[in-house]
Ligand binder design. Structure first.
Ligand SMILES: Cc1ncc(COP(=O)(O)O)c(C=O)c1O
Length: 422
């Protein structure tokens, strides 16, 4: 893929080496539109991020110059599409520093990646009386697939509790890791609270007992460098659409030894070597887990997005988001009646909050009229809401394109909300 930025990142980085978010913002065509006659302040990247021109162009270039099915054709288009698709896999491998592209499986997203592990690994490994350990801050995508796998095999789902700040209670987590624990499946970053989990310590605890660890990286992937070898996780799942790529494409990283021992989970074309009516043999990794025609354009778009983020600099993006988080948190704290939900010491740029006496949906609706897009609801993390005794929160989440002006507009919009309900 073409590097979407000039080599010297001219214009994207200021004299102090900080990201120039206004320049980044200009790369995202959708951010130029208005909403209800107001400029758009997009603070819902935690749900789905926007796509830069480099990604839109890569997907269009694929569709207009080389689209054909992959892995099957002798003709030029099919071969070019296959080369681009497999090059995208290599870009993903490099981005997360996996040892081999055999460890990179394309899925529709995080949800599908976790279901793959819960069904394939769970189906072959999980036995009656055993346990899967998660935490109370998981997204439903990292709860329900494990409930289903546990129910199918007579196993039990166990969840480590939270502290009032929204951190995982590490002592309780360690105590729950017992001789029956067969898998630990935890978020890298909480979508509802912004908490960055101490995954290095939790993985080390699990590995001391020989228990593999799946990280739900849906929120973690975009908010800082991810190196699966350094993390030493066994599985890492993420979605393209939360890191500036299109929807419908995601990744399961799996340690090769574990993936090799797992049976295929979906049957069909591409995942087989031979098929006869009385039996089939299966393809090698990673294709063993990729039945049917994949999202070729999506994978190419994902690679372009990862190249884009790499060119911006992942540490630089993370530092930018941390600056926005600190600034927005300080300003929101000054608003009377505003309660921050989730005050972990280590947080990504996600701010969940409530306003006394005002339903989060009303906050979201009034902000929308001001052109400010935030998310309201349970954020697919109902156990988190139950823990705080809430049905919903309002959530602002930040990305590489958010500017100080976006924070000004959020704060002004919240002033308007308070005014309406005064
Ligand atoms: C922490 C977390 N896990 C899993 C998911 C599910 O991602 P997807 O819907 O892209 O599969 C999300 C999406 O919001 C998330 O935030």
């Amino acid at each position: 893929m073409n590097n979407p930025l000039p080599q010297d990142t001219y214009g994207y980085v200021d004299a102090q080496g900080l990201l120039v978010a206004a320049r980044v913002r200009a790369d995202f065509p959708i951010l130029a539109r208005e909403v209800h006659g107001r400029p758009l302040t997009y603070l819902d990247s935690g749900a789905s991020s926007q796509q830069p021109r480099a990604v839109l162009d890569a997907v269009e270039r694929y569709a207009t110059t080389m689209h054909a099915n992959v892995h099957r054709g002798v003709h030029a288009l099919s071969q070019e599409a296959t080369t681009a698709f497999e090059a995208a896999r290599e870009t993903v491998r490099r981005f997360i520093n996996a040892r081999s592209s055999r460890e990179i499986i394309f899925t529709r997203g995080t949800t599908e990646a976790i279901n793959l592990v819960a069904q394939s690994w769970g189906g072959s490994q999980l036995r009656s009386g055993e346990e899967v350990l998660i935490t109370h801050l998981e997204h439903h995508a990292n709860i329900v697939p494990w409930q289903m796998a546990c129910a199918a095999h007579g196993a039990r789902l166990v969840a480590a509790p939270l502290t009032p700040e929204g951190e995982v209670d590490e002592a309780a987590f360690a105590a729950l890791l017992g001789p029956r624990t067969r898998m630990v499946a935890i978020a890298h970053v909480s979508n509802a609270l912004g908490t960055v989990l101490p995954v290095a310590r939790l993985i080390a605890l699990a590995h001391e007992r020989g228990v593999p660890v799946l990280l739900d990286g849906a929120q973690g992937i975009a908010h800082g460098p991810v190196d699966v070898q350094q993390l030493d996780c066994d599985f890492y799942a993420f979605s393209g659409h939360k890191i500036y790529a299109p929807t419908g494409i995601g990744v399961l990283y799996g340690r090769e030894r574990l993936l090799a021992a797992m049976p295929p989970w979906m049957g069909g074309g591409d995942m087989i070597l031979t098929v006869a009516i009385d039996g089939s043999t299966y393809n090698e990794l990673p294709w063993k887990f990729e039945a049917g025609t994949p999202n070729i354009g999506g994978a190419i778009g994902l690679a372009a997005a990862l190249d884009y983020v790499s060119a911006l600099g992942r540490e630089r993006v993370a530092a930018h988001e941390q600056r926005l988080l600190a600034q927005a948190t300080a300003r929101l704290r000054e608003i009377p009646g505003l309660r921050l939900i989730g005050t972990a010491r280590d947080k990504a740029a996600v701010i969940s909050f409530t306003l006394a006496g005002i339903h989060p949906h009303d906050i979201g609706t009034i902000l929308d009229r001001e052109g400010v897009a935030i998310r309201t609801g349970h954020h697919c993390a109902m156990p988190v809401m139950t823990f705080y005794g809430l049905s919903a929160t309002a959530r602002a989440s930040f990305g590489c394109y958010n500017t100080d002006a976006d924070i000004d507009r959020l704060v002004a919009g919240l002033g308007r909300v308070v005014e309406v309900f005064a």
